[in-house]
Design a protein around this ligand. Structure first.
Ligand code: PRP
Length: 215
């Protein structure tokens, strides 16, 4: 028998919802839930195994074909792009990309080139390019909210989920960029070689969504 169908899951925020979905479809995720420090876990009642990775690495593993499938946020997909298929919107991990500023700032006022701090330079550039607007981008690794507070930037392009982080730091959304949610992605070769197994999974997911009025 060929190796199990390998699915890379984004650790952290998306992990619980992904396992919940797999369990709703009947997959036994007990070993994944009790993983300890293990990173590759079998799903004993399906010819499938789970690889736990950081979001950007999920894309890397799927692109290289060492994982057939991946669950990753649209935010990481937009930032990294790459060669893979995006099969399904999984509906969870919902949040948005937004341009945020210090409360009361009129971002578009004035003619000076604005500086944007972000963990997502490609997304930020594409957003302002679509407006024909020239900006400087400063890449920040985390807690981007600090940049405008420290006056390093005029604004940030970042993920907003509940809005609490912005609120508690005196920032506000100035403009929405786009909606984000978790996606199922697939390696392009796996789509041919393991088409039946992958289609079985996606059909099961779609049926489950239809039965539970997913929107
Ligand atoms: C994300 C994002 C915001 C926060 C938004 O950061 O960069 O800081 O979540 O969530 P909220 O709207 O619910 O407050 P994350 O927690 O992933 O940490 P990081 O900044 O270290 O990447």
């Amino acid at each position: 028998m060929s190796r199990p169908l390998r699915i890379a899951l984004t650790k952290g925020r998306l992990e619980k919802d992904t396992l919940g979905l797999l369990e709703s479809l009947g997959y036994d995720c007990e070993m994944v839930r009790n993983k300890g420090r293990r990173l590759i876990l079998p799903i004993p009642n399906g010819n499938m195994e789970v690889v736990l990775a950081k979001a950007a690495d999920v894309i890397t593993y799927v692109e290289h074909g060492v994982c057939d499938l991946g669950v990753v946020g649209k935010d990481t997909i937009m930032e990294m792009q790459g060669k893979f298929y995006e099969l399904l919107d999984l509906g969870f991990g919902r949040c948005k990309f937004a341009l945020a500023v210090k409360k009361g700032t009129d971002f578009y006022n004035g003619f000076s080139v604005k500086t944007i701090a972000t963990k997502y330079p490609n997304v930020a550039r594409a957003f302002f390019e679509s407006k024909g607007m020239d900006i400087d981008v400063v890449k920040i690794e985390g807690s981007v909210e600090l940049a405008p507070l420290l006056e390093l930037s005029d604004g940030i392009v970042d993920i907003v989920e509940t809005g609490t982080t912005l609120k508690e730091n005196g920032l506000e959304v100035y403009e929405d960029v786009c909606k984000i949610s978790a996606r199922l992605i697939a390696n392009t070769v796996s789509m041919k070689l393991r088409q039946t197994e992958i289609e079985m999974l996606t059909t099961n997911i779609e049926r489950y969504f239809a039965e539970h009025s997913h929107n």
